[in-house]
Every structure is written in C-alpha cells, then in structure tokens.
Design a protein around this ligand. Sequence first.
Ligand code: AMP
Length: 212
Amino acid sequence: MGLCESTLPQLGRALRPQEKDILRYPLIIFVVGGPGCGKGTQCRNMALKYGFYHVELGQLLREEAQRSTQRGRQIRDIMQKGLLVPTGLILDMISDNLLSYPKIRGFLIDGFPRELEQAKEFERIVGRAPNMVIVFDCSMETMVRRVLRRGQVEHRADDSEPAIRKRLETHYTLCEPVLTFYQQKNLLRHILAEEAPESIFAKCCSVIESLL
Ligand code: AMP
C-alpha cells in the first residue's frame, strides 16, 4: 500500500539480537479497528489503568505530518488521501517507541497492523508475535458519525469526508487477512464498540486482565 515514488522507508530496520532480547518480556497488545471505532480513547484509559505505554501511531504520524520537511510533506499527502503510510516507516516508529521504554510492563500499539504485510514484518523484525490483538467491532454508520463529529471539534485534516470514505475502504479491504492471520494463532479478542465508552472500557479491562 506504500507509494513507490516516496522516499519514506519501505522496509523496517532489522533489530539487533540485544534489542530483540529487550522486547521478549513486555506484554505487547495490538489494537485494531476502523476510523472512529474509539480505539484511541480506550487505549488511553487502559494505558492509565494498567501502566502500559500507548503507542498512538495515527497521532505520531499527524505530528510528523506537521513538519515542513520532505518527510513531513509526504506523510501529510498520504494521510490526507486516507491511504496507509509505508510499512517500513511504521515498523521503525514502533521499534523506536518500544525500545525507548525497556522497563515498561506492556505496550498498547494503537492502529496496528493495518495490513497483513505489517503483521508479518513485525514478527520478522521484532522476533515475536504480540500477546493479544484486540479488535473493535463497529458498524460503518457509527464510525462515520463519530469521525464527522470529531472532524468538527478537532479539525483533523484526515477527518474530511473524502478522506474518511477512503480510510474506511482501506480498512475494509485490508483488515480481513490480518484478522484471519491472528485468528489462526488464537490471539484475537473482539470487542463490540457500539455502546457507551464506559461499558466498552469494562470489556477492554476484562480482556486485558485475562493476560495478567
Ligand atoms: P488513526 O488515527 O489510527 O485513524 O490513523 C490516521 C492515519 O494514520 C491513517 O489513515 C493512516 O494514514 C495513518 N496510519 C495510522 N496507523 C497506520 C499503520 N499501522 N500503517 C499505515 N498507516 C497508518
């Protein structure tokens, strides 16, 4: 899904054996779901409650996209079109974040993986699978409604209507193989994310506590 003409890294940096060793012990939880499913809010709450570090890829990318560098401009262009940034860049961001907090109990990686290549690359580069993959299930109508509301409040460039349509299409096209991949490893935990945030949080807590 990466743009071939971009100069953004297409392949992630391979980790050294000592770095892989550091990442053998903390809990690593991936959190996936379409735009507006509420994963960002729930990850923030879970991170606070369990002392996990929240790797918020969308937010880190939005920060990069604001820089007036060639890299910033390329990221901004991809995000405004509702496309995915190249896997290499994502993997480098994840490994840098994980290695910066070697003593932490666990990581919540929010918005990853968004396509099968990312899931496989993570295992190749980090040398292990996640402990769990939480999936926020939400109807298209709910997601569109939430994202449009957020767009009015936060003025996020990628919450415009054409970008949302493309983000949803990207999500629905690419997420199925990811879910199948983790279903086969018995790592998927589905959470119905249509209700009030407090009841979704209670469900998140019970899946997290099954790991502790
Ligand atoms: P989010 O805030 O999670 O909805 O992400 C906002 C945007 O960031 C997405 O539409 C993508 O352009 C980009 N993005 C976030 N996570 C990833 C990822 N794992 N792989 C590629 N692009 C991503």
